[in-house]
Structure formats: structure tokens, C-alpha cells
Design a protein. Structure first.
Length: 189
């Protein structure tokens, strides 16, 4: 079984910086739903989440000249923007709720912590970085972490020798770690 996730074509990154609106549209299709999911989790209001998505992509387009394709892929850069917008919006929501709570003590003022937002952003980046891994490490990591299979179960399911499964998983995890560190350094999350 091979798990396939959409992979971002980094060749489009310089065109985004140059102002190609088609690349903005592709970036929106690639990570807009994830940005909205993160926003919805943070602000807990579909209308505010839609505002966050719009703000993220407007900021990305407005500040595209500051995007450096040598430092990060466009989706990673957009996630960095997403994180900042979510933190800003969560603070705004918390402030609004605090004012409302002063007027109505029964109002629920629960706002996601920065750790919760950071965790959601990290999951997104892991998903995106995983999608860049080659097969078979990608499919083996998928079986191990998403289907919760043991090394032996992966070997049995795929017909690959146990030692080879372990080697692919180890190399895949090392490659994932390296790519995550590069993504973290380049996007500032």
C-alpha cells in the first residue's frame, strides 16, 4: 500500500514571488483547507476562521516580495504567516471575550493556548514534510504511525523482510527529522 499525499511543486515558488496569481491559487488549493482547519480550531467560529484564511492569503500576496524560495517552500512560508495570524486573532478573540465576560459572567472565555496553536501548526508541517518523502519510507511511516502497525505487521502486510522494513523506517524518520529542522529554520515556526 502506498500513501500518496499532494506534493507541492517548489518550482512554482519563484513565480509566486514574481507575482504570478496562478501560483497563489495553487497555494490556496494546496493548503487553504489546512489553514482554515487551524484557524477554526483556534478561533472556534467558522466566520472568523474564514477571515483568518483570507487574511493569511492576502498577507502572503501583499508581502510576497519578502518570500525567499531559497529558505522555504511556499507552503511552509504560508504556515508561518498562518501561525502569526492565528496568534493575533486568538489574542483578539480573547480580548473580545474578556470584555464580554465582564458584561456577562456566563460567557465561555476559553481560547486556545499558543501551545495548542503551535501543536496544530506542527501537525500540518509534519503532514506536508511527510508528503515530500520518497517511497517506500513514506508508505512504511504511514503504516506505522497512521495505521499503528508494528514492524512485524508492516513486513507481513507488504511482504518486505523485517530488517528492510526497519531500515526504511529508520531512514525515513531521519530524513523526516532533517526536513522538519530545515522547515523550522526556514519558516520561523
Amino acid at each position: 500500500m502506498t500513501h500518496t499525499a499532494p506534493v507541492w511543486d517548489a518550482a512554482a515558488d519563484p513565480r509566486f514571488r514574481e507575482g504570478d496569481p496562478e501560483v497563489l491559487e495553487r497555494a490556496f488549493r494546496h493548503c487553504g483547507a489546512v489553514v482554515r482547519g487551524l484557524a477554526l480550531r483556534a478561533v472556534r467560529d467558522p466566520h472568523l476562521a474564514d477571515d483568518v484564511v483570507q487574511d493569511v492569503f492576502v498577507r502572503a500576496w501583499t508581502y510576497r516580495a519578502s518570500f525567499d524560495p531559497e529558505r522555504a517552500a511556499l507552503p511552509a512560508w504560508i504556515i508561518g504567516i498562518t501561525r502569526r495570524v492565528i496568534v493575533d486573532r486568538a489574542r483578539q478573540v480573547a480580548s473580545d471575550r474578556d470584555r464580554t465576560t465582564d458584561l456577562d459572567p456566563g460567557t465561555d472565555a476559553a481560547v486556545p493556548t499558543e501551545d495548542e496553536v503551535e501543536s496544530a501548526v506542527t501537525r500540518l508541517v509534519v503532514r506536508d514534510v511527510l508528503a515530500t518523502l520518497p517511497d517506500p519510507p513514506l508508505s512504511f511511516l504511514h503504516l506505522a504511525f497512521y495505521e499503528d502497525l508494528t514492524h512485524r505487521q508492516i513486513a507481513d502486510r507488504t511482504g518486505v523482510p523485517l530488517g528492510t522494513v526497519k531500515s526504511h523506517l529508520r531512514r525515513g524518520l531521519l530524513d523526516l527529522r532533517r526536513r522538519m529542522e530545515a522547515s523550522r529554520e526556514s519558516s520561523g515556526w
